[in-house]
Structures are given as C-alpha cells and as structure tokens.
Design a protein around this ligand. Sequence first.
Ligand code: KG4
Ligand code: ZN
Length: 333
Amino acid sequence: MQILAIETSCDETSAAMLRNGQVLSNIIASQEEHIVYGGVVPELASRAHVAKIVSVVDAALQRGGVDKHDIELVAATHGPGLVGSLLVGLTFAKGLALSRNLPFYGINHLEGHLFSTLIEYPHIQMPFLCLLVSGGHTILAVVRDVGDYEIIGQTIDDAAGEAYDKVAKILGLPYPGGPAVEKLARQGDPGYVRFPVANLKSASLDFSFSGLKTAVLYHYKNLSEDAQEKHRADIAAAFQQAVIAALKKNIEVALEQTGVQTLTMAGGVAQNKTLAAALQQLAAAKGCDFYSPKPQYCADNAAMIGYAAHLFATKKRPFSNLSLSAVPNLPLI
Ligand code: KG4
Ligand code: ZN
C-alpha cells in the first residue's frame, strides 16, 4: 500500500510517501515568515501553504521514488489546527483522491503524534502510555489500540511548548522558544531558584504551566538589568527543571496506576534532550521501556499522518468521506 500523506495544520507544509508503513520520504517546508512576528500569523501561514503545497508534494513523490499514478491512498490532517492552514492540505488531498478515484483518510493530528514513535519502533506493543507535548497540547494518554485512547491527564491552561515559547519571550530569545531555552539552560544552574510545580487536586494527573510562566516573569522583572543578564541561563535551567519535574511527577503515578510497561513521548517538545533523558531514567527506574521519535517525527510532519493512515488501513477502518471538513478544535477522543 503506497500512501501519500499531507500535513498543514500549523506552519509546516509537509508531505510524505509511505510504502507498507515504511517512510520513503518526509518533506517538511518550515515557514520562516513568522519569525519576525514572534509567533505564527494564521493568514500568512495559509498563504504560504498555498504557495508551497504543490512543490512539497512533488518533492515527496520524487524523493520517495514513486510515480503519482502509483499512489494507492491519500491521507491528510483534518484537525486540530488553524482552519485556513488545515483547509489547504485537506482540500489538496481530497481533490487528488477525487480526481484519481483513490481512497482517502482524514487524520486527527493528535493521533498522528500518538503513533509517531511506532514509525521507527513498530514492535511497540499496545497498551502504552504516551506523553504528547507540543505547542498546543500536553496530554498523557493510554493508547490501547488504534482508535482506543484514554486521556488520563492534560493541561488545564498552557501547553508545555507554549510555556517554553512564553519564557523564551521573557528572556529575549527568538521564536520558536523551545530549542533556544533548552540550549541556554545547558549553561545554567537549575538549582539557582526553585520555581513552583503546580499542585492540582491530589488525584488529578492534569498539568498547569501558566503559574510557572508567571513566576518566571515576576522573578525576571524583579531583577536589576545586570542580574537579568547574569542569570538568564540560570532562569532557563530552573524553568526547564520545573517543567520536567511536573511532567515526571504525573507520569510516575500514571505508570503505577495503569501498570503499562511502555512509555513514549511525542510532539515538538519531545525534541528536548534533557526531558528525554529524564523520562528515560524514570522509565528505567520503573522497569519500563521508553521510546521517543527522532526530531523530524517529533515536530509536525506528514510521515506521522501517513503512519496513522497505514495503521487505519491495516485495521480496515472505513475510509473518510470526501465531504469531511477541517475541524480546528478536533479533540483526540
Ligand atoms: O508539535 P509541534 O511542532 O507543533 C504543534 O503541534 O504545536 O510543537 C511545537 C512546540 C513549540 O512550542 C516549540 O517551542 C516546542 O515545540 N519545542 C521545544 C523544543 N523544540 C521544539 N520545546 C522544548 N525543547 C525543545 N528542544
Ligand atoms: Zn503537532
């Protein structure tokens, strides 16, 4: 089964070719036009998708060594995301499926992230616990089967990636902030200040990052300019330590409560090496396996959308109707 997959939910124009679950190509065209604005501008994002989609799909076919006549199934993200961005990839994919009479799957972006680890590690057995950490989501989910998920914790305010981006802004770092904060944190002392880890209701495995972001803001504002300059790396390190502590705390309880043997991590923030090392250590201490995807499968990419479509096809899930629309706030379940 040769699948062409398209992902345009935010600011990455991506297309991938997969054959029987193997990724043949995964083209990701990032949009530089948002950097000067310090965040994604939706209107610019959809225009950039329109400008890039044809060449990105062509590149995916060419790099994958697949003729367009040999595509057997088309898949595209249909939510969640920016509606204008989603519509570009989704409409392109539906048009292709209609014109060539091909089956089509509309894929939930979050399902793509959930299964992204299986691209490289297809032997991972379900159920597994997945920490999905991105700019828009922080979800702790038990994945029992394709289409069978239980959310056991999620953020009640900011997503972890959003907190990284906001703290980056406070510290005067460029967008997207996650990689910049992680890099700066490597030179800092995480013990310089103890930022609070939110304590929600005792039985809850939910997360909250907005108080942490505010604590960083007030701490930074109350320093003299000299001290701000001197302690930027320390603040980044202390912030990151607090994020990791909050994630670890709930994951540890989740592993104990669910008894699952495998922990995975996915989404843009999963590129964070300090977090990956911390979760690896936690999983080992609990006698569990830990897997996380390589960077190009962590950030938004079409390969994960194609892999979810591959799993859908393997499970003989009914194809999507071509009337399927973009759903900006599509939930996981
Ligand atoms: O999954 P993703 O590419 O897009 C969404 O679906 O949101 O995630 C983007 C998020 C941004 O907030 C970015 O700052 C964060 O992932 N991120 C990181 C790192 N690399 C990207 N956060 C922490 N450490 C990183 N190394
Ligand atoms: Zn994403």
